[in-house]
Design a protein around this ligand. Structure first.
Ligand code: FOL
Length: 199
């Protein structure tokens, strides 16, 4: 199991962050993030892999993200996560993080950000044995434009034409729960849940 899924909410111009946090407050969208990354068969858990800045962006009361094994990637191996090692671990690279994917206890591996880890993981070639990304759960923020974003996601579709958007039924089937289809609205923000796959 070295195939990872990226989960991200991004604007049409690929903005994902502002001032070290999310540019919007979308409780239902965040619930979708939580449900999608938590869902696993009985007795198994998912891995949520993130960069150090992403870890720091998660409100203290929500981290480590519960019911998931949190993996923080940092070159600084003395970074203090301030969490118990059975809930959050520090790794020095995506490759060493992927070595944690013990198939007996761990179900899926999600890369949850931020821009550095998205870029690094999307740049890995598709491989049956080496860690790589073959799926993106993209929440496309449609309006407003959030033009003041200061952190951006790679335009993965433009970079590799093998990325194709899956049908909504496939998205529901893969996550394993009902996901609303079409344009959603919350706090004056419109967005859409999408799934992209690379074969
Ligand atoms: N992907 C998507 N689709 N939406 C996001 O907001 C998102 N955010 C990140 C990565 N991928 C994403 C990184 N930022 C929390 C906060 C920020 C964050 C990721 C997670 C967080 O507090 N999560 C709680 C939610 C609790 C709630 O429902 O309010 C969790 O348990 O997952």
């Amino acid at each position: 199991m070295s195939r990872f899924t990226i989960i991200v909410a991004a604007t049409k111009s690929h903005g994902i962050g502002l001032n070290g946090r999310l540019p919007w407050r979308l409780p239902k969208e965040l619930k979708y993030f939580s449900d999608a990354t938590t869902a696993a068969p009985e007795g198994q858990q998912n891995l949520v892999i993130m960069g150090r800045k992403c870890w720091e962006s998660i409100p203290k009361k929500h981290r480590p993200l519960p019911k998931r094994l949190n993996v923080v990637v940092s070159r600084n191996q003395s970074y203090d996560l301030g969490a118990s090692p059975d809930t959050a671990v520090l790794k020095d690279s995506l490759k060493s993080a992927s070595a944690l994917m013990d198939p007996s206890h761990l179900h899926r591996g999600f890369i949850i950000g931020g821009s550095t880890l998205y870029e690094e993981s999307l740049g890995l070639p598709l491989s049956p044995t080496e860690p790589c990304v073959d799926r993106v759960l993209l929440t496309r923020i449609l309006s407003p434009a959030f033009d003041d974003c200061d952190v951006f996601m790679t335009d993965f579709v433009k970079d590799d034409p093998r990325w194709t958007r899956a049908a909504h039924a496939e998205l529901k089937e893969w996550v394993g729960f009902e996901v609303p289809e079409g344009v959603q609205e919350e706090n004056g923000v419109t967005y859409e849940f999408q799934m992209w796959v690379r074969k």
